[in-house]
Design a protein. Structure first.
Length: 219
């Protein structure tokens, strides 16, 4: 398999260079660019076409939330993950709303970071504990209120939602649950209706908020 291409952006040179060396030592990771500020990031994303952008939450010159929004608009296939020492709840929820696929602690082990990058590249939303509990408390969910009179999700619908949050396609979900793709589509339609959601992205966000999405364990 081709290595995951990672763009690393952090204002601290020692941290940036040191982390790059650690990641490059992993055969599944290829560091394609190092950036010290947000002005460099947009150009380097277009130039190197990374799979994952790992960006310091306090990157200089341009707010990391805005840079995430810009990357998601200009290069929607690129996954963005915040890398932080902070547990600021406002920033955490704003990052996820802006389209960040990860909010990772700088205190996490290298092995867990590599695993997180791999899962993010595959389409999952990863939040390091204990940050995940703060996200569940703070993340607003416009349009994600249950419609009065709607019943709760069935056990099978919950299974489908968990797999969706993991980044699985309809075909992969069908294979895991030993059902047809049409059955999966019916379940997804029911999930969206029951939870008053518009699309798969909102369903994945709901799964994160409710603790259904996969989260890396620091232990």
């Amino acid at each position: 398999m081709a290595p995951i291409k990672v763009l690393l952006a952090d204002h601290n040179e020692i941290f940036r260079e040191g982390l790059a060396m650690l990641l490059e030592a992993q055969e599944e990771i290829q560091v394609v660019s190092l950036c010290s500020n947000s002005q460099q990031v947009i150009g380097k994303v277009k130039e190197t076409e990374p799979d994952v952008v790992l960006i310091d939450s306090n990157i200089p010159e341009y707010d990391s939330i805005n840079i995430t929004t810009e990357i998601r608009k200009s290069s929607p296939a690129v996954k963005v993950a915040m890398f932080t020492h902070s547990d600021n709840q406002e920033h955490l929820s704003a990052a996820i709303k802006a389209g960040a696929a990860g909010y990772l602690s700088k205190d996490m082990k290298v092995g867990d970071l590599v695993k997180s990058i791999d899962l993010i590249e595959k389409g999952q939303v990863i939040v390091s504990p204990p940050l995940a509990s703060k996200l569940a408390d703070r993340l607003p969910s416009p349009g994600i209120e249950r419609t009065p009179g709607k019943t709760a999700l069935s056990e099978r619908e919950t299974e489908v939602l968990k797999l969706l949050a993991r980044g699985d396609t309809n075909k992969e979900i069908a294979g895991t649950l030993f059902v047809t793709e049409n059955t999966v589509r019916v379940h997804l339609k029911n999930i969206l209706e029951k939870l008053n959601l518009r699309n798969r992205q909102q369903a994945a966000a709901y799964a994160v908020r409710e603790g259904l999405a996969f989260q890396i364990d620091d232990s």
